[in-house]
Design a protein. Sequence first.
Length: 598
Amino acid sequence: MFHTFPNKSRAQASVSMEKTYSLTAHYDDFQEIKQGSRYSSSTLSNGMSLHLGGSLDRGSRGRSGRDKCVGVAGGGAGGGAPARWSRREICLLSALVFAAGMCVILGCMLALKFLSLEAQDSHCRQDCMKRRSLLRAARFVQGNVDPSVQPCYDFYSFACGGWLRRHGIPEDKLSYGIITAIGEQNQEKLQRLLQAPVQRNEPDSAERKVKEFYRSCINMKEIDRLGAEPMTEVIDSCGGWDLSGAPPGGAGWDSGSAPVRPDFNEMLFKTQGVYSTSVFFSLTVSVDDKNSSRNAIRIDQEGLTLPERTLYLGQDEDSVKILASYKALMERLLSMLGAHNATLKSREILDLETRLANITVTEYDDQRKDISSMYNRITLKQLQKMAPSFHWKRLLDRIFSDNFSDEEEIIVLATDYMQTVSDIIKTTSKRVLHNYMLWRIVAALSEHLSTAFRSTIHEFSREVDGGERQLDLERLCLNQANKHFGMALGALFVQQHFSSSSRAKVQELVEDIKHSLDQRLQELDWMDEETRGAARAKLQHMMVMTGYPDFLLKPELVDEEYGFDVNEKTYFRNVLNSIKYNIKLSVKKIQREVDKTT
């Protein structure tokens, strides 16, 4: 605690000094010191003026019988008789000694105060900080409980009633809680980081790329100026709706007069290997469920645009409404992107997706919860026989830039689905198959287009999830930056807001838990030695990942995660570059052992 000393006025200082000097000198002598006549002056630190000058008049005053203080001086000029100090000189010297003493005392007091503050800070680091944390926690709990509720009857309302009363669900969210509130605080910090000037402006700088990506996303003026152009370029590169050059009429490329039959497998490669969009099935590289040291190619059921298969089946009133809204969305987007007969195309695509929904097993089914029953490791040759409508070797060779043998092993998680979807492809118009795959690309990328496209998508989203308000542009772009530059954004957050001491404390806590568990394992009397040894070995090999990977503190290593170009004026192109680069990273995993440290 700091103590303050009020400054005394000069009058107050004089009174104080008079009372002090009256103990050692006569009042009239002290009065003589205070008078300013023929002497030069100097001011003491307490505001009192002293007059110091040349030879003092040692007349009758110097020999006065009132002298109480006698001093001895060296030989005088006149004949070496000892010189006697006057009462004025003695009192002046006393004043100087007193002033010096006061300075020493004040200096000591300041030094002691400084040292005591340091001691308090040191003590506070050990004790006061803990008390402050407890007080903050107590205030937090007190502000969130509802004391009017009896905890024995409704503990949830008692514990959370105060917080619920002070917070509502925002219009742009379906739910809201304390974790969401903390997340919003972190999002505000991340937004400030993205809006800050670039510190590392090198061409390969991940910091520069993530900030330019964010700026390109919030540049709606440029995005609106481009309109549908970025998406129409993608559509043209895939052959256009019904494929460019196809003869008119409903049969399209299925007519006998069509000049060239569309290459179904080429379009399949574009959707899966260029735009990372799942059509008919998902194709991923991930850890082998039965061998965690290796990565494997996995194939599973996928291909629906709506989030759940039951929405296509119209089993209740809500599903019927959502399905009608989905068809309207498809018609609207196809029309905005230049597709002729958008109503017909949307109906054909919806019919195909409904057929896929009928053979898709819901994720809530017990069959999908048991990975052992789903797991099927088969060769490429066996896969080709299982689903002959796909040219598997050609597809995998192009995506992985490799030359797979027929004995290459693939993990298939939905064998029945793959057999049936191959049959559906055989009986479906190639034109419809092509438009379906093109629609899947459009559905994945349209959110990155102009305001008109985003508003159309939001109208549909409101019907599906009930969200009334769109996300703010800044928040939406923060989400996109986190999606495409998660490590780079995480590195900025760690460097600015993540305390290394907090991470060390958590690591210490985890090690303490591991130590306690190890001791507990040694004390269990019901466990046999073989099981105990296996359990302790597993505990010792347990990998702890706390806070963030260490390489986030090394900018040059973070830069290596983002080997693609970013331009703050071409948002849509930035997204495509990120997608293509991430496909390359995923492809490389098949040739490497699993890195369990990341």
